[in-house]
Design a protein around this ligand. Structure first.
Ligand code: CTP
Length: 404
């Protein structure tokens, strides 16, 4: 369940724009993620980049215009699109979009598009003026109405030297859109999932704060996995350098108080709350308005307890039933099960993921976790050492069972 791209059949069409140098990176990323990528180059694309480039990064034959007239040509255009999970054209030029909008099929790629039954994702790249042209806009509209997913273009530096709208999205972002497209109709389709991530920061003064070592990685992995499964995801994140998964609605918070307000707001009608953030247990009683100076002498910071977000959530859940499934996370360095069991009960959770952070390969900043899942039903599941992505997959699998 965790690897959405594994064994997916993706046709990657590449048309004649300088942005096709980025397509090689996209093809490579898709291949590395486990997808089977069949590339089709148009004649114009072949002026910028070769089939060999794509063959080298996908490990599969890449097709060019000459193949249409080869021995297998009569079946190739139908065969390529058949059984494909997604047809991506990146970059797609204004010219190819015009052809697609009118159902033209004058080369291997446009023939394959007409024959394919899978969703179509287009990543336009062109000069700003061409993009704005009424004809291009009308074609885009036609394609959108027909169900094509159009991503970008972005604003920025163009080959013409101008700063304008027309840049193809970057491969990493395209990969996010591809995941989103493949995840449509998944088991969490139509479900609202709220995820919290990262470590809260409690301000002492305008420059200093009390923080913890949470990286946000587990929360972001949960958000990405929920998106892969088709969910509508709100990601409430404390400060982190991690990239927002494409498709997630991100709310940035700093303190536990801000996180509490955001969680209560976002989870009002949510199906699921995954509370992976490390909220702070204590906050300074007072936050100094101005920077505290050394000359003021030795500093004593008086702390008070923060409000427990999950306790507040469960109070509301008791009243109106939302969020329907609540999962907590407990990072423990001793008495793992005993402590986690207490939290499961006192916070009235459906599941708590207890993480043994005393192990070097689990916990903060590393990519793996050692988790035991404790269920409200009393069931206990000790999971082997897993990547945070895999943990996210297992947690969401259990959540889906509870929702059903
Ligand atoms: N949590 C919360 N609100 C807080 C503190 C924690 O909602 N103010 C949530 C965390 O996001 C996590 C779960 O409660 O999902 C367990 O957090 P943890 O820090 O392990 O538990 P605490 O209740 O804070 O207990 P302690 O720090 O004493 O272990």
């Amino acid at each position: 369940m965790t690897n959405l791209l594994k064994n997916k059949r993706i046709i990657l069409g590449v048309t004649g724009s300088i942005a096709c140098y980025k397509s090689a990176d996209l093809a490579s990323k898709l291949h590395q993620a486990g997808a089977q990528v069949d590339v089709i180059l148009t004649r114009a694309a072949a002026n910028f980049i070769t089939s060999l480039t794509f063959q080298s990064v996908t490990g599969r034959r890449a097709y060019s215009e000459a193949d249409l007239w080869g021995a297998e040509g009569h079946v190739l255009h139908i065969g390529l699109g058949k059984d494909a999970d997604l047809l991506v054209i990146a970059p797609v030029t204004a010219n190819t979009m015009a052809k697609l909008a009118h159902g033209q099929a004058d080369n291997l790629l446009t023939l394959a598009v007409l024959a394919a039954e899978c969703p179509l994702l287009l990543a336009p790249a062109m000069d700003g003026g061409m993009f704005k042209h009424a004809a291009t806009q009308a074609n885009l509209e036609t394609l959108r109405e027909r169900g094509a997913i159009i991503v970008g273009p972005a604003s920025g530096h163009l080959a013409s030297g101008m700063e304008a709208i027309g840049r193809m999205l970057e491969p990493q972002e395209l990969l996010g859109h591809i995941r989103l497209a493949l995840g449509r109709g998944g088991p969490l389709q139509g479900r609202r999932v709220v995820v919290t991530a990262g470590g809260a920061q409690e301000a002492i003064d305008p420059v200093r704060y009390i923080a913890n070592r949470s990286s946000g990685k587990q929360g972001f992995a949960l958000a990405q996995t929920a998106l892969d499964l088709g969910a509508d995801v709100t990601l409430i994140s404390a400060p982190t350098h991690l990239e927002t998964p494409v498709g997630a609605q991100r709310m940035d918070v700093r303190s536990t108080g801000e996180m509490l307000a955001a969680v209560l707001d976002a989870s009002q009608k949510a199906d699921v709350l995954l509370m992976a953030a490390a909220a702070a247990d204590f906050q300074p009683v007072e936050t100094a308005e101005n920077k505290i100076k050394k000359a003021q002498g030795i500093l004593e910071v008086k702390l008070e307890e923060t409000r427990d977000i999950l306790v507040e959530v469960s109070k509301r859940k008791t009243k109106n039933g939302y969020p329907r499934v609540v999962v907590g996370f407990a990072a423990e360095s001793q008495n793992l099960i005993e402590n986690a069991e207490k939290k499961l009960k006192s916070k009235q959770l459906d599941i708590i993921a207890a993480n043994d952070i005393s192990a070097a390969d689990a916990g903060f900043a590393v990519d793996t976790n050692r988790i035991t899942l404790l269920h409200a039903s009393g069931e206990k599941e000790e999971l082997p050492l897993m990547s945070k992505d895999e943990v996210a997959g297992v947690v969401l699998e259990r959540v889906i069972k509870l929702l059903d």
